[in-house]
Ligand binder design. Structure first.
Ligand code: NAD
Length: 291
């Protein structure tokens, strides 16, 4: 590795955050006599999803949270999935619910996601929480954008007045992240496929003091596009041979950036911890509502 940038070690940050949450769960147990109980509802059981669920389970166990993986058969209908969600919603012993993605073709994820009660919405994907996030009124934030914000925060660099460029405008990463960056008074530009097709991607990337890329195309962002001294966060996950890589040319970008995340070991480990943090926030909201 010839990079001169400081490597933003997601695994180390995740460990620090997990230790903080572990202490918080111990305090909650003392105060409320219980711990958050989270349920991940998975339709079908593809190996990638199971591996991710396994890492959630390990993280929850470490923190002291109860985590349950509920696997439904791959041919589960949308109506059946909705009835499972409604049952979990009405179970006062369950504090957080997520629907594992991807879901099979017979399920409209967005339609089902809105059946998760806003107070139990582990991933912050219910329309109510998305709306509240725009107004800065929710403690439950989509996990990957929240992880990106934690990584940026760990640099100590303040976002106010900085040019922040997000590449990728998905519902789960790019769009919510742009709101979080805006809430910190960054000047935010969101790029996507049409930006590339218009030949404008290089110019936007080159203006970024803070660059976050969430596309899913290995090597899309060339190292020599990066502004000197930029903070560079790579959300992309691409299978290359037997390993995974991000969307940014890591070695070359690292010679220009001030901070850069590796893939793997950057955003991914922090994302899992953010899911747990949402579970703790959901638990607290529900306990406070009882008082
Ligand atoms: P998506 O697949 O829903 O959308 C891709 C986005 O990239 C769109 O906005 C599209 O317009 C844009 N895009 C496509 N080609 C482009 C191009 N040539 N130039 C510029 N923009 C282009 O996105 P997603 O679900 O947010 O996933 C993006 C990547 O992030 C994937 O690799 C995914 O695996 C990864 N991801 C990682 C985590 C994590 O926690 N580490 C979480 C979620 C997603």
């Amino acid at each position: 590795m010839n990079a001169t940038a400081h490597i933003l070690d997601g695994t180390a940050l995740a460990k620090k955050l997990k230790d903080e949450l572990k202490k918080e769960v111990a305090r909650l147990k003392e105060t409320f006599g219980g711990v958050p109980h989270l349920v991940n509802v998975m339709v079908g059981s593809d190996p990638g999803s199971c591996a991710y669920a396994n890492s959630q389970k390990k993280t929850a166990e470490y923190i002291g949270i109860k985590y349950e993986l509920k696997i439904l058969s791959g041919d589960t209908t949308q109506a059946k999935l909705i009835s499972v969600i409604k049952e979990l919603d009405s179970d006062s012993g369950v504090h957080g619910i997520m629907i594992h993605k991807p879901v099979p073709d017979q399920i409209d994820y967005r339609a089902v996601a809105n059946y998760v009660a806003p107070s139990k919405d582990l991933e912050g994907i219910n329309v109510t929480n998305i709306g509240k996030m725009m107004l800065g009124q929710t403690r439950i934030i989509p996990c990957t954008p929240a992880a990106v914000m934690e990584l940026i925060r760990s640099t100590g660099v303040k976002l106010r007045g900085k040019e922040a460029v997000v590449v990728g405008h998905s519902e789960i990463v790019g769009k919510p992240l742009s709101l979080l960056l805006l809430a910190q008074d960054a000047t935010v530009t969101v790029c996507h496929l049409a930006t590339s097709q218009a030949g404008r991607l290089v110019e936007h990337v080159g203006s970024a003091d803070v660059l976050v890329v969430a596309v899913g195309k290995a090597g899309l962002i060339k190292g020599d596009w990066i502004k000197e001294g930029a903070i560079v966060i790579d959300v992309g996950i691409n299978k290359v041979g037997s390993g995974i890589t991000g969307d940014i040319e890591f070695e070359k970008a690292g010679r220009r950036a001030s901070f850069i995340t590796p893939v793997p070991g950057g955003v991914g480990p922090v994302t899992v911890v953010m899911l747990m943090r949402n579970g703790i926030e959901a638990f607290k909201v529900q306990q406070e509502a009882k008082r």
